[in-house]
Design a protein around this ligand. Structure first.
Ligand code: HEM
Ligand SMILES: *[C@@H]1O[C@H](CO)[C@@H](O)[C@H](O)[C@H]1NC(C)=O
Ligand SMILES: *[C@@H]1O[C@H](CO)[C@@H](O)[C@H](O)[C@H]1NC(C)=O
Ligand SMILES: *[C@@H]1O[C@H](CO)[C@@H](O)[C@H](O)[C@H]1NC(C)=O
Ligand SMILES: *[C@@H]1O[C@H](CO)[C@@H](O)[C@H](O)[C@H]1NC(C)=O
Ligand SMILES: *[C@@H]1O[C@H](CO)[C@@H](O)[C@H](O)[C@H]1NC(C)=O
Ligand SMILES: *[C@@H]1O[C@H](CO)[C@@H](O)[C@H](O)[C@H]1NC(C)=O
Ligand SMILES: *[C@@H]1O[C@H](CO)[C@@H](O)[C@H](O)[C@H]1NC(C)=O
Ligand SMILES: *[C@@H]1O[C@H](CO)[C@@H](O)[C@H](O)[C@H]1NC(C)=O
Ligand SMILES: *[C@@H]1O[C@H](CO)[C@@H](O)[C@H](O)[C@H]1NC(C)=O
Ligand SMILES: *[C@@H]1O[C@H](CO)[C@@H](O)[C@H](O)[C@H]1NC(C)=O
Ligand SMILES: *[C@@H]1O[C@H](CO)[C@@H](O)[C@H](O)[C@H]1NC(C)=O
Ligand SMILES: *[C@@H]1O[C@H](CO)[C@@H](O)[C@H](O)[C@H]1NC(C)=O
Length: 401
């Protein structure tokens, strides 16, 4: 199982999960949510803390993520007040020659958050102790932007050494990328810390493949505490970026072993895609996820679905699954781009809080690709060893389950 560390401040968020426990009788000293909420104001009270700890372990045993109470958009105001503009300048510069980088950075944050939380675990490279998530099926030869994240980290370290986590850099980069693609802006909650571990198995388990049906998609998102509205809003990130033939070739020739193409794929688009993606070919050609405005963050992703021009099976299913509750949400985003933006912002913030490490948990990595305290890796980057201590078991509450 994954290592989960939880601090006291997170108790309050259990309100959010209380629905899961309605109707179940409490186990041992795990008492009502009321107690837990009160406990936040009485944190020095040891018995209550112990009672709440019991509940935290119980909750985390059932759900793969903790939550967020301590993140704050002004977290770095006293020790790295320029972090947003530093990150922005690097991305703006890179995007002049590589406009796709905006899409790639948004996706990187998503692929980080769905695997043991938004903890920069995706950035850890293979070492003797780390099995990198970067070569998990959904990431291998697919994620981009790792070099740009390192460029950002270097620029940020030059200004404020040892202060800003790689996980926060990924969250900021996603928001900045949205803005640079003419999409919405939002205040990014900050204060995440970086993991000491990665988990390729979990990446393969948690990152949804483009062949999932709507039921499977909903369940993959529900596993991360994200609901159907979040699923539809976040899928709207496919308004920018590219996909390889291998991710949708199953729709083009022999869909679900029917001997025919996917009937929900626009026949004009089908012809274009068949020319681009020869049957039995390597599937390495790329095409735009949004065929109308490929690099602009707008609501055309949703209008494409209306004309059967969604590229991935998972895109089109949001609109073409008969009787689905997602159809009305898609229609509402087609009719009102502001509504899409508002929902996208809220869902991105929600996603960015999944399973975060805060306080003294994890660390601020000196180099995003390696955990600290590896003299071999820190020397090779000419960086001093970590400025911050690793989490200790005496402060906060640490459970390993
Ligand atoms: C709903 C389930 C999702 C599935 C099945 C899915 C699947 C995919 C696939 C297969 C690709 C193409 C990868 C390649 O060809 O190498 C892709 C690209 C992309 N995805 Fe998703 N995705 C999903 C949700 C999301 C979410 C929630 C976000 C962000 C909020 C996101 C952002 C992106 C972006 C921006 C790209 C383009 C990346 C680039 O051009 O480098 N996706 N996705
Ligand atoms: C990685 O995740 C898998 C699947 O949830 C879990 O069984 C395994 O214990 C985890 N491994 C580590 C090293 O945390
Ligand atoms: C911008 O990119 C160019 C190369 O494309 C590089 O020479 C320059 O140093 C970069 N500037 C910043 C501020 O990152
Ligand atoms: C980490 O691995 C990636 C490939 O996944 C590679 O491109 C990058 O150079 C590695 N980073 C370092 C610092 O070795
Ligand atoms: C990742 O892709 C490379 C090909 O680029 C392949 O050699 C390697 O086996 C893949 N890794 C995994 C874990 O599948
Ligand atoms: C930066 O400031 C925040 C907010 O005051 C603080 O919690 C954090 O510990 C500081 N970071 C470091 C590495 O000292
Ligand atoms: C979705 O896929 C799952 C697993 O293959 C299957 O059990 C379920 O019936 C499918 N649901 C729909 C609506 O097709
Ligand atoms: C999804 O969650 C948000 C709050 O995060 C809520 O406003 C929205 O109504 C929920 N949508 C559904 C379909 O439950
Ligand atoms: C489609 O795939 C199935 C299963 O692999 C196969 O039996 C069938 O012959 C294929 N049909 C065509 C037209 O290729
Ligand atoms: C890439 O697309 C072109 C058409 O634009 C096609 O002729 C070529 O065979 C494709 N290459 C691969 C490797 O699929
Ligand atoms: C297919 O897409 C074109 C635009 O590319 C659109 O005009 C047409 O109506 C679409 N067909 C269907 C059946 O939606
Ligand atoms: C569009 O959505 C926004 C945000 O929810 C709302 O304020 C506005 O009234 C909506 N516009 C229309 C025309 O419904
Ligand atoms: C330390 O980093 C180097 C790469 O710089 C890697 O080869 C080695 O396995 C790492 N050691 C540990 C214990 O992570």
């Amino acid at each position: 199982m994954k290592h989960v560390a939880v601090s006291q401040h997170e108790f309050v968020d259990m309100r959010y999960w209380s629905a899961y426990f309605k109707g179940t009788t409490s186990a041992g000293s795990c008492t009502s949510n009321k107690l837990i909420i009160q406990n936040r104001k009485m944190m020095s009270s040891l018995p209550l803390t112990v009672a709440a700890l019991c509940c935290v372990v119980f909750v985390l045993g059932a759900l793969p993520f903790s939550s967020d109470a301590q993140l704050d958009p002004s977290f770095y105001k006293d020790n790295c007040s320029n972090v947003h503009s530093i990150v922005r300048e690097v991305i703006r510069n890179v995007s002049k020659s590589d406009p796709r980088i905006l899409a790639s950075l948004i996706r990187l944050h998503f692929h980080d958050c769905f695997v043991q939380g938004c903890d920069a675990s995706i950035l850890l490279n293979d070492t003797s102790t780390i099995v990198s998530e970067q070569s998990a099926g959904p990431n291998n030869n697919s994620i981009r932007g790792l070099d740009v994240v390192n460029q950002i980290k270097t620029a940020v370290e030059n200004a404020c050494p040892g202060i800003v986590s790689c996980a926060d850099i990924l969250a900021l980069a996603a928001e900045i990328s949205s803005v640079l693609a003419h999409g919405p802006d939002w205040k990014v909650p900050l204060g995440r810390r970086d993991s000491l571990t990665a988990n390729r198995t979990l990446a393969n388990q948690n990152l949804p493949p483009p062949t999932f049906n709507l039921t499977q998609l909903k369940s993959a998102f529900a596993n991360q505490g994200l609901n159907t509205t979040d699923l539809v809003a976040l899928s709207g990130a496919h308004t920018i970026g590219r996909a390889k033939c291998s991710t949708f070739i199953g729709r083009l020739y022999n869909f679900s072993n029917t001997g025919n193409p996917d009937p929900t794929l626009n026949t004009t688009l089908l012809q274009t895609l068949q020319a681009l993606c020869p049957n039995g070919g390597p599937g390495t050609n790329l095409t735009n996820l949004d065929l109308t405005t490929p690099d602009t963050f707008d609501n055309n992703y949703y209008s494409n679905l209306q004309s059967q021009n969604g590229l991935l099976q998972t895109d089109q299913e949001l609109f073409s699954t008969s009787g689905a509750d997602t159809i009305a949400i898609v229609n509402s985003f087609i009719n009102n781009q502001t509504l899409f933006y508002e929902n996208f912002k809220a869902s991105m913030i929600k996603m960015s809080k999944i399973g975060v490490l805060t306080g003294s948990q994890g660390e601020i990595r000196a180099q995003c690709n390696f955990v600290n305290g590896n003299s071999s890796s820190s020397t090779s980057f000419g960086l001093a060893t970590a400025a911050t201590k690793e989490s200790s078991s005496e402060d906060g509450i640490v459970s390993s389950i």
